[in-house]
Design a protein around this ligand. Structure first.
Ligand code: SF4
Length: 267
């Protein structure tokens, strides 16, 4: 059986319904490697077999969204959902298996319900799409904010992450994604990453941050530069360590057989 969905990146779902746009995901992919951007967004190539880690993250997101929308037990949602993937072919890395991810997901969500959910009050929105028209940019800037709510008494835009390791302080301070979410709701008092860490002893970390006008302007200037480069078709390979986990490595290596074997073009 093949994987059921090709939209584990929620912002990719926005692309399916929207006119041309800019988003944090698009800008980030271009910054990682312009050729990767071209192969993903223009050639519309995708791996035939999806990464188990990405599918896991998407299912955790869905379980949390259902909890915040309608109070449904996220452990039950996740277990049911993950069970349905048992026979689906997914790409597991050396440390992962269907069983291990199931156990990790259950433990993380149980922990979330017990220790983290009580910190969250007055939910304003769940997975809310936003679309900003910014004078500097020719295209709308779109995104999805996972949660806007009071966290520890402050209005916070929260992004949930699943990760194999802890986040470093500098990653949070410099995070473009958090800057983009601040743009989505400038009335927020904080932005936060709530990271569900898939270590042997699963744990949940909160990282809170703020953004000032200078940081917003800096990010928008970067978005403007990248959007102009995209508009004028500046695509080139930017090789590096990230090639090791890039789905498009066979394309860049000219390995046609592997391309046929591993990639598919979506419509
Ligand atoms: S393999 Fe490397 S150079 Fe090629 S698209 Fe991926 S990241 Fe870019």
């Amino acid at each position: 059986m093949t994987a059921p969905s090709r939209t584990n990146d929620p912002e990719e779902a926005l692309d399916q319904n929207h006119a041309p746009n800019l988003s944090y995901s698009r800008i980030n992919r271009y910054l990682t490697c312009p050729e990767q951007y071209r192969l993903y967004y223009l050639e519309k190539l995708r791996p035939k077999v999806e990464s188990a880690g990405l599918v896991f993250g998407a299912r955790i997101h869905l379980a949390l969204a259902d909890l915040f929308r309608s109070g449904v037990d996220p452990v039950e949602t996740f277990q049911k959902d993950w069970e349905s993937l048992k026979e689906v072919e997914l790409h597991y890395n050396k440390r992962e298996s269907w069983e291990k991810l199931k156990e990790t997901g259950v433990r993380l969500l149980e922990q979330f319900l017990k220790a983290e959910a009580p910190k969250i009050r007055q939910i304003e929105s769940v997975e809310k799409k936003f679309e900003l028209r910014i004078t500097l940019l020719e295209l709308p800037f779109v995104g999805i904010a996972d949660l806007v709510a009071q966290v520890n008494g402050l209005k916070t835009v929260v992004d949930f992450k699943t990760s194999g390791s802890d986040y470093e302080d500098h990653e949070v301070i410099l995070s473009d994604q958090l800057t983009a979410y601040w743009l989505a709701d400038p009335e927020a008092q904080k932005v936060a990453l709530c990271v569900l860490v898939k270590t042997k002893e699963p744990k949940i970390e909160w990282h809170f941050a703020e953004r000032d006008a200078e940081r917003l302007a800096e990010y928008l200037a970067k978005v403007q530069i990248i959007s102009e480069d995209i508009h004028t078709g500046k695509y080139y390979k930017r090789p590096g360590k990230h090639c090791s986990y890039c789905d498009f490595l066979p394309v860049c290596l000219g390995d046609k057989e592997k391309v046929q074997e591993t990639l598919v073009r979506i419509t």
